[in-house]
Design a protein around this ligand. Sequence first.
Ligand SMILES: Nc1ncnc2c1ncn2[C@@H]1O[C@H](COP(=O)(O)OP(=O)(O)OP(=O)(O)O)[C@@H](O)[C@H]1O
Length: 326
Amino acid sequence: MTDALEIEDLRMHFGPVRAVDGVSLTVPRGGVTALVGESGSGKSTVGRCVVRLLKPTSGVVRIGGVDVTGLSRRQLRPHRGQVSIVFQDPAGSLDPRMLVGDVVAEPLRLSERRLSRRDRQQRVATSLGQVGLREEVARRYPHELSGGQRQRVSIARALISKPALLIADEPTSALDVSVQASVLNLLADLQRDIGFACLFITHNLSAVEYLADEIAVMYLGQLMEKGPREQIFARPAHPYTQALLAAAPVADPVRQRARTPVLLGDDLPSALDPPSGCRFRTRCPLAFDKCAAEVPPQVPIGTGEAACHLVGADGTRPDVRAGAQG
Ligand SMILES: Nc1ncnc2c1ncn2[C@@H]1O[C@H](COP(=O)(O)OP(=O)(O)OP(=O)(O)O)[C@@H](O)[C@H]1O
């Protein structure tokens, strides 16, 4: 069966800025793939290419097996309802002059243009109900709602067209810490109940521990590692994944103590002038000559793959924690 989303060798260059520089990943039907990495690594740009807010410089994006990369706006129309996006900042992504009901109904005007007014209202009510909001919220304006309620409205709007694929771009990062978990749980419940596929974009690896089936780790426009969630958490192969895991806050204090913190001290280098060879080498405690000279290929490890010269085809993995100590 075809995947809900296939991305092949995607590149998005803004002039000299190589924001995305050869990314390949898939989201299986009904599955969740998390795209994880620090701010500025190019995650949002990948999401925007998938929903075609950006036209990729090169590469292929297939949604439900259909190559949408070269399609014009008009040719894209029949596929519009297939994929939706939820952004980080609900205040910025909801039109303040529109009533919530109209905001939520808007995607239907594109994907199901012949729907009667009554059917549309019914769909709005159903969609609001799914995200735990009462029907009368439809007659309010976005600014009359709390941040968490506004993000629920964004989710209702994204799901009203019954998309096969949802792009969730840091959907909880702009919210009060107190409501982040409830919105995350809502998305997880909806995903399980409705069964849409999801590309979940986040800088916070621990946020996806219970949500993602697959994890792809991105650094400066490229993937460092990808694989099944259990493997990424239990046996991370790439030094960058290991560093991210060591830096991620965990709820379990026993595991917290068992980890040696690895400092990702310096900021991300610029996508304007990325390091030669392995892009992570300038911050990697294990870097050696070869890392500057040669771009590491993706090597299969377990059921995933990692791009590191220290990952062996026989399954050997570097250990950043040991390296940092020694
Ligand atoms: N329209 C644009 N024009 C020029 N550069 C851009 C544009 N959009 C993004 N970039 C650059 O591309 C790189 C990746 O940005 P992107 O927003 O995709 O990263 P991110 O990992 O999603 O980070 P964040 O979580 O902060 O959004 C950054 O260096 C950013 O400055």
